[in-house]
Design a protein around this ligand. Structure first.
Ligand code: 5GP
Ligand code: ZN
Length: 114
């Protein structure tokens, strides 16, 4: 999967529409198109990395920012008090569909382990 074809890179470049909820230089957050919880957001680095095996390619500050932005959007969507899940589906057995690293931020209902 090249950056040219990657759906989340396209969202990052504004070539595909998404409901963006947080936008900054290195990190973007938008609503999941097929939400599996009342609040279901995706937080991505703008730089294309496929999965956690490639996370070393991201500057340390961007890795930290992914989590800070996850917390910020959880706050924005009012799920901080009730709690929320931050999840990475990494690879085949986890059902990863989009091979651009992303954090799912889900809340607004009780969320257990799978
Ligand atoms: P994963 O790769 O972690 O299993 O899931 C990818 C997630 O991206 C899914 O929850 C799916 O609904 C979401 N998704 C796939 N394509 C698009 C899209 O074009 N726009 C948005 N906003 N979400 C998408
Ligand atoms: Zn990408």
């Amino acid at each position: 999967m090249s950056e040219a074809d990657c759906i989340f890179c396209k969202i990052g470049r504004g070539e595909i529409d998404a409901e963006v909820v947080h936008d900054e230089d290195d990190v973007l957050a938008f609503k999941d198109i097929n939400n599996k919880a009342p609040v279901h957001l995706l937080v991505i680095p703008r730089q294309h990395v496929a999965n956690l095996e490639e996370i070393g390619e991201l500057p340390d500050g961007v890795v930290k920012r992914l989590f800070e932005v996850s917390s910020a959007v959880a706050e924005k969507f009012d799920v901080t008090e009730g709690g929320y899940t931050v999840r990475v589906n990494n690879g085949r057995d986890a059902g990863q569909e989009v091979f651009h690293l992303h954090l799912h931020v889900m809340g607004g209902r009780k969320l257990g382990m799978p």
